[in-house]
Design a protein around this ligand. Structure first.
Ligand code: FA5
Length: 343
């Protein structure tokens, strides 16, 4: 058996040196050091040997396995280095390492879908590269508005700065208000929710990302009022956090709503102040308002007959509150120590 081990070592080393790509190397790994590879097969045969031989062959066999594993890692490294400049990845996948799981932002987004769907909202999806017309003009944001500047917006082509013709990376999901009505041919009464990725030229810090997810809501009928909005949003947050949550509205300005407001929710984790609400008992959660008559007209909806509310919140901020995450940058870090906590 000693001789068999020696021959195996020679054969494995010889074949390894002729492995030219990741595929060949993976086949080699399976053949020699995989679970049912040649080394394991050989070691399985030692059960019939004397105790002394078992000890010697077992020791040498395991030493050979270790040596081959080291050679394998070295070769893998060499192949990866050689291929990285050519845009080809020599990667090995360990399929025994365990299954993956959803990203925390995906989990939060699914929960948002689920709750709004149960409240009668339909879900809409739209483009991340957006026409300036939808991102700005049709939302009552005129050509000279500061938000249209290159300081705030990623331009896909420069016509976007002041013209409706250009393309931008959407800075908000609000263009989905008009897009979903158009694309889905919605007529009041309707309620629609549009989650998606948005992009802003932001100075990134613990609470601001340049790429993050928003969810846009729009509900229109002949009678929709701020009281309806308050009920829907309180129900949403109470269900999401599984706690009795109330909201309060503070006056604010967004060109596409009138009146507009910032929405705060009562802290779902305390009654007297805690770290999450920064001891204020309230947490700012979204912008909202009653849809501006000009925007309703741009949807081909008669503002004399119909009215509605719209709102926009961030999935990332919700996930931070839900999971107690103190730095938004962790979501895009790709750090598996962070991600594994959500499996
Ligand atoms: C808007 O984007 C409006 N479109 C919201 C709206 C919709 C108002 C419909 C009225 C009617 P704002 O810029 O405030 O508003 O962003 C909405 C939410 O996104 C904020 O409340 C905040 O939670 C989150 N947010 C804003 N900037 C960032 C950022 N850089 N990183 C992460 N979250 C952000």
């Amino acid at each position: 058996m000693e001789q068999q081990l020696e021959e195996l070592s020679k054969k494995a080393n010889g074949e390894l040196s002729s492995c030219e790509d990741a595929q060949a190397l993976e086949a080699w790994r399976v053949a020699y050091i995989g679970r049912s590879g040649a080394v394991s097969e050989l070691l399985r045969g030692i059960k019939d040997l004397s105790d002394e031989d078992k000890r010697v062959i077992g020791k040498n066999g395991n030493a050979l396995r270790r040596e081959l594993e080291e050679r394998y890692q070295e070769k893998l490294h060499v192949l990866e280095k050689a291929s990285s400049g050519r845009g080809v990845q020599a990667t090995s996948y360990d399929l025994e390492a365990g299954v993956g799981h959803l990203h925390p932002l995906t989990l939060t987004m699914s929960r948002v879908h689920e709750i709004f769907a149960s409240l009668g909202f339909i879900i809409a999806d739209g483009p991340e590269v957006e026409e300036a017309k939808f991102n700005f003009d049709l939302l009552n944001i005129p050509a000279e508005h500061p938000a249209r500047g290159e300081g705030d917006t990623f331009m896909v082509d420069p016509l976007s700065v002041n013209g409706a013709e250009g393309l931008v990376l959407r800075t908000q999901t609000s263009p989905m208000q008009i897009r979903s009505v158009e694309a889905m041919r919605l007529h009041p009464p309707f309620s629609v929710i549009a989650p998606g990725r948005v992009f802003r030229k932001e100075k990134v810090d613990a609470t601001h990302e340049s790429t993050f997810y928003q969810f846009e809501g729009l509900s229109v009928s002949e009678t929709t009022s701020i009281a309806d909005f308050k009920f829907i949003i309180e129900t949403f947050f109470s269900t999401f956090f599984n706690a009795e949550v109330t909201i309060r509205l503070r006056p604010s300005y967004f060109p596409f709503v009138e009146p507009g407001f910032e929405v705060d929710m009562s802290c779902p984790f305390c009654k007297t102040g805690c770290k999450v609400c920064k001891y204020s008992k309230w947490i700012e959660v979204m912008g909202a308002g009653m849809v501006h008559p000009n925007v309703l007209k741009n949807m081909n909806i008669d503002p004399e007959k119909y009215q509605g509310f719209a709102f926009g919140g961030a999935i990332d901020r919700l996930a931070m509150i839900q999971y107690g995450i103190n730095d938004i940058r962790l979501f895009w870090s790709g750090d598996v120590r962070f991600l594994r906590q959500f499996s």
